[in-house]
Ligand binder design. Sequence first.
Ligand SMILES: [Zn+2]
Length: 376
Amino acid sequence: MMVTDRYLIREMNEKLVLQTIIDKELISRADLAKETKLNKATISSIVSALLEKKFVLEVGSGESSGGRKPIMVKLNDRAGVTLSIDLGPKYTSFMFSYLNGETVMEKRLISYVHSVGTAKQLIDDEIGNAAIILKGTPYGLVGICIGLHGIVDDNQLLFSPFYSFDSMDLKKGLEKKWGVQVFLENEANLSAIGEYKYSISSPNLICLNIKYGIGAGIILNDQLYKGANGFAGEIGHVIAVPDGLRCSCGNAGCLELYASEYRILYTYGQHCEEEDISFERFLNDYESGHPAAITALKEFVKYIAIGLNNLITSFNPEVIILNSKLTSQVGGMMEQVNDEIKYRLNERIKIRASTLSDRSLLLGASYLVSRAFLGL
Ligand SMILES: [Zn+2]
């Protein structure tokens, strides 16, 4: 056997053992050997290495059928801290978390990110603010994942109507400054991972984010599906109205020009002859029975049903999670959406409002960073 082969096998076994410890939450060395079918000497050596790296901890004692109680091992959730960022068009959200997604610090700032410089400054400042938290763990900051509102392929922002900067410059600048891996990913993809890991663990799940734009994160057979160039799930750019409104993507009549949260508020604002109508004001008007607000939401339901119909027939998911203030905060909205898409193909598909809301993206980002840090 060549040295490289031996090294690879050792690495694969270490991954298997660490994944088994994570899956079982608390497990003895003897049970690890049974679960992984590796011999006890290999388990012992791998667990020692993981303990040395501080990736796992020894805790208390487990159940035993007589004799000495075995020592159990578990993931050291607090080996380090991940940083998740939602780089929104008009805000930036930060979440520092332990490796299990547990939040340590969370913050949302009103911000307009025009350049790599402004984005990097914001992020550098927040990491500086978290210095005490980071020092409290063996590894400190273990990685950064940034959710971008646009098409992202292999850490590269390919298209966004909200910002135009070279995302690679941001990635490289942060990696150089902080010495950790930086990942850039589409916001809906991160939300889908967050929902899949921390809310509804269905192997075929779609998370439809309806905010400034509309995008879907797709989990197929337990894997995130991004397509050949990261475009998969860009449902906001399906044609809902032939020859309709011009879209920044170059097409006309795209769905997100008729059904995004931003668009609903914009259209309602135009009706009221007011700029920048808040969601709270819109909600209040709707609940007071304002006819224009009711019409706006009827239009929203009609168009969002087109998007859902496309997703259902293209991917046949088990669950679709709608992530929008319009579906989670407006009473009766989910019933209206479900009524609008009642047809034979849809009978078995569950359509739910997200319970994680904006945190789904941040949790998904934290999960990606944790996995990469642990080498999984
Ligand atoms: Zn478009």
